[in-house]
Design a protein around this ligand. Structure first.
Ligand code: PGA
Length: 270
């Protein structure tokens, strides 16, 4: 299991571009009710489309986070289709995903724009889930570590974070997280093995350690993402550097997300 004394596991459902406003609201309330018993041992959230954020934050009880799937780094201006960290904060959003691989592939997100987004979120005191991960060809050509190192180093360089302790004001719930999502495992049904994931997470933590401090690196939650299901979440959570999950497909159905959270909670409380 992850270092529970320092890092409360975090499970976030990434709904991507799915659900009508009615089903988003109904499913959010259903998930809130179903996962309440897990809240002692887990932090739980969902990331709906931006159009639905405000409805969900107004229906939000104590234990559920609501994350944006994206954010822009500027506060306002001529950026058609975007919204800023300050606007997310205005509607009480918990934080945002940054540089999900689908956005890296389809919306030209880079490590540098990711860093600018991280900075904008940090300035507003919002949570960050920074997504990293290699493609299949990068893994097969042996460049996994190089790819992960530059994703982290370049983004942190661009973010120029001054006060890392601001992320760690609550015990066990550091608001800066990294999601390790191998691109080849996303939406494919072919998850990484727990050993592959643990190795990558360990490496990510060592990068954080050398780029920031060991105290900060020990507090950052590193989530695994890529075909996480109720049946495999336990084996991931059991690993010492896996502190939760970013879940796509299996978070869309409230019963499946409940089963996944229940299994994670059971493993985490062992
Ligand atoms: P998946 O998606 O669980 O459907 O593989 C994960 C993600 O894209 O965050």
């Amino acid at each position: 299991m992850g270092q529970s004394n320092l890092r409360k596991p975090l499970i976030v459902g990434n709904w991507k571009m799915n659900k009508s406003i009615c089903s988003a609201e109904a499913d959010f309330l259903d998930i809130s009710r179903r996962t309440r018993p897990c809240a002692k041992v887990l932090e739980i959230g969902v990331a709906p489309v931006s159009l639905h954020l405000s409805t969900l934050t107004q229906r939000r009880g104590q234990h559920m986070g609501v994350f944006s799937q994206n954010v822009h780094w500027e506060a306002e201006g001529a950026f058609t289709g975007e919204c800023s960290a300050r606007m997310l904060k205005d509607i009480n959003v918990t934080g945002a995903l940054v540089a999900h691989s689908e956005r890296r592939q389809m919306n030209a997100e880079t490590n540098i724009t990711a860093g600018q987004k991280i900075r904008a979120l940090a300035d507003q005191g919002l949570g960050i889930i920074y997504c990293v991960g290699e493609t299949l060809s990068e893994r097969e050509s042996g460049t996994l570590e190089q790819v992960l190192r530059s994703q982290i180093a370049e983004a942190l360089g661009a973010a120029q974070l001054r006060d890392l302790s601001a992320f760690c004001s609550h015990p066990r719930t550091c608001t800066f997280s990294i999601a390790y999502e191998p691109v080849w495992a996303i939406g494919t049904g072919k998850a990484a093995t727990e050993k592959e994931a643990q190795q990558a997470h360990r490496f990510i933590r060592s990068c954080l350690e050398s780029l920031t401090s060991s105290a900060f690196a020990e507090r950052v939650r590193i989530l695994y993402g890529g075909s996480v299901k109720p049946a495999n979440i336990g084996s991931f959570i059991r690993q010492s550097d896996i502190d939760g999950a970013l879940v796509g497909g299996a978070s869309l159905d409230p019963a499946s997300f409940e089963a996944l959270c229940a299994s994670a909670a059971e493993t985490a409380s062992f």
